[in-house]
Design a protein around this ligand. Sequence first.
Ligand SMILES: *Cc1c(COP(=O)(O)O)cnc(C)c1O
Ligand code: SF4
Length: 314
Amino acid sequence: MRGAFRNSKDLLDHLNLPNTGNFIENEFSTLVTKSFANRMKNTYDDPLLRQVLPDVKEQNAHSAFVEDPLNEFSTSNKNSPNILQKYQKRALLITSNACAINCRYCFRRHFPYKLHRPKNIEQAIFEIGLDSSISEIILSGGDPLILDDEGLQAIFQQIDNIKTIKTIRIHTRLPIVLPQRISEGLIHTLACTDKKLVVVVHVNHPNELDHETKRAFDCLKNSGAWLLNQSVLLKGVNDDAQILIDLSNKLFDQGVLPYYLHLPDKVAKTMHFFVDTKKGQRIHKKMQANLPGYLLPNLIKEIPGQPSKTIISA
Ligand SMILES: *Cc1c(COP(=O)(O)O)cnc(C)c1O
Ligand code: SF4
């Protein structure tokens, strides 16, 4: 992480791009790993650059775009604010408040991590264990793999002792943005658990995948994890059926199955990425015509108060 770009100017210099002044730093700071930047092309249109450069358009405001469109700030558990439980059987644990990259479209960019500081993960896991209806723990964040190997090992050991938990799921972007993080120590921790293991990664564009991500995925698979991918449909990045068809095929080449294609939430400062449901359905229909069923992600939308994510059909 020491080599990561922490302001846009350094990133643009690295890409030999002229400063057009079309970006502006704000409270959600620029953060891009070298590894991710190395997969960008030297143009402002690059789909990877677009995901991380704080465009001046972030200043565009609209009353429909709010800080917490999913009502997450209040759905957390009173005793353990780092547990988010919206659905039955699954509890999401905010394991870390940081990521290795700051994606401009992030739906948790305004999340009050200060109030939900993951300081007492042990207490949170203990509470999840008291509710025998919960069979799956989702480690999320932020990015759980930002924790060090010892921290993760402690979490895994504690969960291993809860009989009613059958599955540990990790939601992470680290295998893509910092593939070096998939270390021997991490693989050892993952391989040692008796629980079923699911790793949901986050890739939006086929250019994010290369030999480094392939190595990281291979290691994760060797530890016994199922690998799935979720993408967010983003204007100017991947709002095109052919790009998403290529993404599904390339994920499959690297041993990952597509899981969800999220319609973007109406999050403040992300209006320039918005794609509406109709357009999403048109794209999804074309994908369906060109992919085997097992490479077609579910097109979904998150509607607050619903008992699950909502699948949008064509
Ligand atoms: C999305 C989400 C889940 C997982 O839902 P799946 O449909 O099982 O992938 C669980 N908890 C929360 C709070 C979520 O936002
Ligand atoms: S990796 Fe995920 S949680 Fe982190 S900034 Fe990107 S979209 Fe948000």
